[in-house]
Write a protein that binds this ligand. Sequence first.
Ligand SMILES: Nc1ncnc2c1ncn2[C@@H]1O[C@H](COP(=O)(O)OP(=O)(O)O)[C@@H](O)[C@H]1O
Ligand SMILES: [Mg+2]
Length: 431
Amino acid sequence: MKTNLLPFLLLLLLLLLHDPISVYAAAGPPASMAASSPGIQVENEEHHMDLHRKMVIALAVVSTALVVVIFGFLCFWIYSRKHLSKPNRKSVPNPDAEKGVALAPFLSKFSSVKMVGKKGYLPMIDYKQIEKATNNFQESNILGQGGFGCVYQARLDDNLDVAVKKLHCETQIAGREFENEVNLLSEIRHPNIISILGCSENEDKRFIVYELMKNGSLEAQLHGPSRGAALTWHMRMKIALDTARGLEYLHEHRKPAVIHRDLKSSNILLDENFNAKLSDFGLAIVDGSQSKSNIKLSGTLGYVAPEYLLDGKLTDKSDVYAFGVVLLELLLGRKPVEKLSPCHCQSIVTWAMPQLTDRSKLPNIVDPVIKDAMDLKHLYQVAAVAVLCVQPEPSYRPLITDVLHSLVPLVPVDLGGTLRLSNVAHHSVMS
Ligand SMILES: Nc1ncnc2c1ncn2[C@@H]1O[C@H](COP(=O)(O)OP(=O)(O)O)[C@@H](O)[C@H]1O
Ligand SMILES: [Mg+2]
């Protein structure tokens, strides 16, 4: 405000300096001048007027220059506030990045970076380092088997444990999935989505380096040797909620939205505290992209929504269907597709549907590991959500945001929900 007034003050000063002339005009010359001879008086008057004119001009020039300088300074100040401060704003830590694994400390360790997508960049890790970190891809380092190769546990030079996915890219499809996953994940930092740390290549092989998820996949936890023993009712509800949060981010907060397309228990990974994160973005697509209309039908049997399987119709509701199947796996401890005989399979949806909607039957089909360990009201609620998610008609399925809101009150506060457990209740449900 003060700076804005300055030009006016200078203008006022200029006017005041003009004053003597206007005063003479109004009241005639001063007495000392009137006493001298008329010739000298005229000459003096002219000389005086000349001096005044020069002073006025000088003052006008100086004040104009001042105004120009101040105005220039003002413009620069406004411009710098608008544009030059942008990088500072960018460097303010993104809350999502804080919750996910931050890439910055990792980036500084590698001199080479790969430009990915439109705005992402990722450390390019030397292949020799990958080889050494995985003990030359030793079998004992294998964490899981993927469609185009294995995922290995690896230890980088600074004792950082990571997971490395090795993709054999002889085929175009594998190469495309690699590019797709790297492009998408390098732009995403979210606590419920796996963090990508770098990539590497050697001949026709590509490698993706991720944060290590110490408790492996939900599939391995539920259907592996432990048969879900590590997962209490509340832990299962937390995993469902985390998964819904990851999906909500993709569907509602990414612009344009991302459809995962391959949501299943083997693509939900668990860290050392059983925080769940979505992984495997090889098939994910950006909603509305031209590629959506001519994509190959892909997914996993048991999780694929009927409208996608039959008509190729792909929307965010296809992910909601797959989420419903995962919810059924968590509730019932059964695989999405059970083999009844060598040529006869049954999907968990067909098998469970009649019992899910019958309150008297529902408790009998719950996974024996968590049976009687939950509030029955909560069980009915979760079963109702699962039934809605796997509706054959996509428009009857809820949005993932609605699912998320219905799960929040079922998860204890210390696991990320809003459920407050009294000590007595806590013991009775955990036992
Ligand atoms: N970051 C990770 N930490 C721990 N295990 C992982 C990690 N990434 C993948 N895995 C294991 O490897 C398996 C296959 O990985 P995934 O990315 O799904 O490969 P694909 O795209 O071939 O299916 C997963 O189901 C999981 O068991
Ligand atoms: Mg997978």
